[in-house]
Design a binder for this molecule. Structure first.
Ligand code: GLY
Length: 371
């Protein structure tokens, strides 16, 4: 070997140094050992057992069927979320997702392959209906973890993904026009006050029943485990409806919208991405699994962290509690799972040998985000 290191070699040496001497001992641990066979299962946010895009199977049913047939777990969960990304009926993910303030659909996604210990993501990607597939291509074809904006689109084009001018459907365009009507025009010239007025206009549309509250922040997260206890996950979204162009939420960020550690489990999220980004809650939840917590308890601890870090007045309701919804979907190495939310009422999707279904989520707080 010569004294000269390639860039990749340099990075590997650097990573080795970090692992061996710089990180605290706790960061290198791998408990949460599982023994015995695992029953395969797929979990997702509620929309994972809602949309079929004209076919027979939902997201979780598709992913479970593929896992049961021995397919790669990441390919299976991505095939699952593709159904929702492509379904024009769902306005929170992929094609037909609610656009940004300029009426442009910008998509975020990431995926993690537990056994391969690899990950990829894209943010603010325009023109591709299935950003989860581009995230997987980032994982498979590059040694990067995240490509954004025009660069992500160029990458997708070069790999042969179809790039469309506009991912709006008739429905998402009409909702955007209604939102434009509701934003007080005096705010339009100033981006900061436009953002706040725009947020209020969006909330008024949720109150008036024009947008499903779950679609305001959009998103599907889906994770699966096979009989070998290999775990993979994916998260994909059109993000916050009417967001400032370029706004990126938690969904494409490893540790926030999704985190997978094949020796421990997976966690992913839907809901207010900013709250999750601040706390990197999916990573926190997986670390809680590593400490031996049940998925439900691990996730409740994550929600408590979010609540305790929510101190800004504009994020609190009249009861002094978070005025937003956020949910987590957690799967551990034994195939145990949980869906938890800040407030009650939501459901998450599960598919195992008993078939696909929605299951009520546990909530940290009572009442609703409104107070
Ligand atoms: N959780 C999706 C977003 O905030 O963009």
């Amino acid at each position: 070997m010569t004294g000269k290191l390639s860039r990749r070699g340099f990075m590997q040496v650097g990573a080795g140094l970090a692992a061996s001497s710089l990180l605290p001992a706790a960061a290198a641990q791998t408990p949460a050992v599982h023994t015995g066979a695992v029953k395969p299962v797929v979990i997702a946010s509620g929309n994972g057992q809602q949309y079929r895009n004209g076919g027979k199977l939902t997201c979780v049913e598709t992913a479970f069927e593929q896992i049961a047939a021995g397919k790669d777990v990441l390919d299976a969960v991505i095939a699952g979320v593709n159904i929702v990304e492509l379904d024009p009926e769902d306005t929170s993910v992929g094609y037909g997702g609610l656009p940004n303030a300029d009426g442009v659909v910008q998509l975020d996604s990431c995926c993690m392959h537990g056994p391969l210990r690899r990950a990829g993501g894209v943010a603010a990607l325009e023109g591709v209906r299935t950003p989860s597939k581009v995230a997987r291509a980032v994982m498979n074809e590059t040694d990067h973890h995240l490509l954004v904006g025009a660069g992500a689109q160029t990458f997708a084009r070069q790999l042969g993904f179809e790039i469309e001018d506009d991912l709006n459907t008739e429905t998402s365009r009409k909702l955007w026009l209604e939102w434009m009507r509701r934003v007080d025009p005096k705010h339009f010239l100033d981006p900061a006050s436009r953002a706040q007025a725009g947020f209020r206009a969006g909330q008024s549309m949720v109150r008036d029943g024009l947008i499903d509250p779950e679609h305001f922040y959009g998103t599907i997260n889906c994770s699966g485990i096979n009989a070998k206890a290999d775990i993979c996950g994916v998260t994909t979204t059109s993000g916050l409806a009417w967001k400032i162009p370029g706004r990126v939420g938690d969904s494409p960020i490893l540790g926030a919208g999704l985190y997978v550690d094949n020796s421990v489990g997976a966690a992913g999220s839907t809901g207010r991405g900013e709250a999750n980004l601040y706390n990197l809650t999916s990573y926190l939840i997986v670390e809680n699994l590593r400490r031996g917590l049940h998925p439900k308890d691990a996730a409740m601890e994550g929600l408590k962290r979010i609540q305790s870090n929510t101190v800004e007045k504009r994020l609190l309701n009249s009861r002094g509690l978070p005025n937003f919804g956020i949910s987590f979907y957690v799967l551990d190495k034994q195939g145990r799972h949980a869906g938890v939310a800040m407030y009650p009422g939501g459901k998450y999707a599960v598919c195992d040998a008993n078939g696909g279904r929605q299951v009520a989520m546990d909530a940290l707080l009572e009442g609703s985000p409104e107070g």
